[in-house]
Design a protein around this ligand. Structure first.
Ligand code: ARG
Length: 660
């Protein structure tokens, strides 16, 4: 490989160190990740810290001596300066200036920005979004959709054969609910006019009514719990040794539990009161005390092939799918297939009999279960009443993905509350015989409101996704108009342009805010932070992009033509070098995203890139550079930055605009 082609610098460095480390450990891969980009240029461009843990395992070897020995054995002279050992045994790695120059120069005409397609592409199924249709999409669907889409795009760009599959919930209990609603509460005129809206209303209504009854039984239980807790607290507070730390701690804990229970109770009571105030709703609730069971029975009839219910399902489904499609169109989300749970229904009986035949599933209290060692609960694949489950469908889906789609890897972008389901699923699948398949639960936390509880409307409903998008675009519009109005040369955006940009910024802001968090954690939804021009936002990155476009406009320079000029890039200033290095790290970042399915690695990277660009832009005059040669070189850096930002954002499903 000619060294000017090494694009994933981190991977190259690691692959050079790894064989050397095997002299001191049987498992160099366990420490190789301690070679990383350094946080501070003082310590080089990359830094390796593995001498410390390795030396700790070997008697009489000082980490610093080990680092020195490692350094003597690794040859990086083709692209790095001589390695440096610092402090207790850090190895500092600095790329050669000429090499970085040439590398960066090569990027100028590389459409892929230095990202080499995977040597052995995999067939990867990304299972994402997967709403249960028949209810409108709400904020809870945002994360799977956005995180899934970003992973899909990154894997595809890296050269994998990716199938985006929307595993729609089109066969579940929600259909029983709307069928019941349709049979008892239909507003025919409304249905004729806007069927999906009417179905959504019916769903919500049946849900509200059954929720009312469920809460009605929950309230006394909650009150009893509160009484118990209060009683306990009283006893503790009258205890003789109140100065005891342990007692104090207990009291504190009891108080906070009590507070939480009370506020939950209050929420429940408010919700009930709200419904009771509505005479129509209340009288319906009274007339249908058993509505939850009745709705379940409608689902059971549908699954059993009841002609009426099946006909209703066939009538509703396309309408429901149209409704979610509107949201996907707005978000620019595409799937390669959307088979949905119903597709697998005919295969479920075979899955169960196959697992039984192999001795993997057995009867337990009338149900059929797979018992996996180490798990508290079994994986239930058929209920007592004969119904198949979510688990059965997922097993059938895996069989299909392996046998029909020839998948090597499947990513399930599903919230963390389902993690036990996926652990059981993956363990079952392994025993079932699909052991070469790589399965990954790409789990994520919830979107929280200001009160740190899952984001809800004031009335306690889920926040509809469409209205969320509308609001974001509106807010973005206001910000853009405000900024445009105060431009020194006067406003420059037409009304149409403002609206177009508002869409790009509004949607980008929502997606970015979701993607930038470590997906495992919950995050708090915050409009102001999300759309700010400053800080870790899409807007900030979009602004960096627009700024570069502005430079080219002002200098009347054609970006494409510039790339074709045979000018050599020359990194002189420290901030030029830092910028070039960051641009060159694009491929290593994308690979790390692909391995762990973590788009936040890419958002972090872009944020850093935009910040480094900002420093460069303050330090280094571009259009007013001292010589024509320096000017061109800096323009090339600007162009590369803009392309990397634009491309990186596009992999997150976020667009850019040339002015804003
Ligand atoms: N529809 C499911 C839900 O809303 C998510 C499905 C995820 N995909 C899967 N293969 N289980 O909970």
């Amino acid at each position: 490989l000619p060294r000017a082609c090494v694009m994933n610098i981190l991977a190259e460095l690691r692959s050079r160190f790894e064989p050397v480390l095997s002299e001191w450990t049987d498992d160099p891969s366990s420490v190789i990740e301690m070679l990383k980009a350094s946080q501070d240029a003082k310590f080089g461009d990359y830094q390796a810290n593995f001498a410390m843990p390795l030396a700790a395992r070997i008697p009489d070897l000082k980490p610093r001596d080990l680092a020195t020995q490692i350094v003597e054995k690794v040859d990086l002279s083709d692209f790095c300066e001589p390695l440096e050992v610092a402090g207790p045994g850090f190895i500092n790695i600095r790329l050669k200036q000429d090499w970085l120059n040439t590398q960066t120069q090569n990027l100028v005409r590389d459409e892929r920005l230095g990202v080499i397609p995977a040597e052995s592409p995999q067939k990867v199924v990304v299972d994402f979004s997967a709403p249960n249709v028949a209810k409108p999409m709400h904020v809870g669907h945002l994360r799977s959709t956005v995180i899934g889409d970003a992973n899909y795009r990154v894997l595809k760009f890296l050269g994998h054969d990716v199938v985006g599959d929307n595993h729609i919930g089109d066969w579940g209990t929600q259909f029983g609910m709307i069928i019941f609603g349709y049979k008892h509460f239909l507003n025919e005129a409304a249905f004729a006019e806007a069927p999906v809206t009417e179905l959504a209303r019916l769903y919500r209504l049946v849900n509200q009514l059954s929720d009312y009854h469920a809460t009605q039984t929950k309230i006394p239980r909650q009150q009893a719990e509160i009484e118990q807790l209060a009683e306990k607290l009283k006893t503790r507070e009258s205890s003789a040794d109140l100065t005891n730390k342990k007692v104090q701690k207990e009291i504190k804990k009891l108080k906070s539990d009590l507070g939480e229970r009370k506020s939950e109770l209050q929420e429940m009571q408010e919700k009930q009161a709200l419904l009771e105030q509505n005479e129509d709703l209340h009288s319906k609730a009274v007339s249908f005390p058993d509505i939850a069971r009745q709705a379940r029975e409608e689902t059971a009839r549908l699954h059993a092939g009841d002609a009426d219910n099946l006909a209703l399902w066939k009538q509703f489904l396309p309408q429901c799918l149209d409704a979610i499609q509107t949201v996907y169109d707005r978000l620019d989300i595409h799937f390669d297939m959307s088979l949905g749970e119903s597709y697998y229904n005919p295969m479920l009986a075979d899955v169960v009999s196959d697992l039984k035949a192999r001795g993997l599933a057995e009867e337990s209290q009338g149900a059929i279960c797979v018992f996996i060692e180490g798990f508290k609960s079994p994986f239930m694949i058929q209920k007592q009443d004969g119904a198949f489950t979510y688990a059965t469908t997922d097993l059938a889906t895996i069989k299909y993905r392996v046998e029909e789609l020839k998948a090597d890897r499947v990513l399930y972008v599903v919230d963390s509350r389902q993690s036990e389901h996926f652990q059981l699923l993956f363990a079952t699948v392994k025993e079932w015989g699909y052991s070469n398949l790589e399965l990954q639960h790409v789990s994520f936390g919830s979107v929280l409101g200001e009160n740190k509880r899952p984001l809800k409307t004031r009335a306690g409903d889920n926040v509809g996704l469409e209205s969320l998008l509308d609001e974001s675009i509106q807010r973005a519009y206001a910000i853009i108009a405000e900024n445009d109005d105060v431009k020194p040369e006067g406003p420059e955006l037409s009304e149409d342009k403002r609206q177009e940009i508002a869409k790009i910024i509004g949607l980008g802001g929502i997606k970015y805010a979701d993607l930038k968090h470590n997906r495992d954690s919950d995050y708090m939804f915050d409009w102001d932070k999300m759309l700010s021009y400053h800080g870790d936002t899409a807007t900030y990155m979009q602004y960096a992009y627009a700024r570069v476009c502005g430079i080219f406009r002002k200098g009347q320079i054609d970006r494409i033509a510039l790339r074709d000029q045979q000018v050599s890039l020359n990194l002189v200033d420290a901030s030029e070098r830092a910028l070039a290095l960051q641009i060159n790290r694009y491929s290593e970042i994308l690979e790390s995203v692909a391995i762990e399915a973590r788009p936040n690695y890419l958002t972090n990277y872009l944020f850093e890139l935009a910040k480094i660009f900002s420093t460069f832009f303050n330090d280094c005059p571009v259009l007013k550079a001292e010589t024509e040669q320096v000017k061109t070189s800096r323009l090339l850096l600007c162009d590369l930055t803009a392309r990397t930002v634009e491309h990186g954002l596009s992999l997150l499903g976020i667009k850019t605009c040339e002015r804003m």
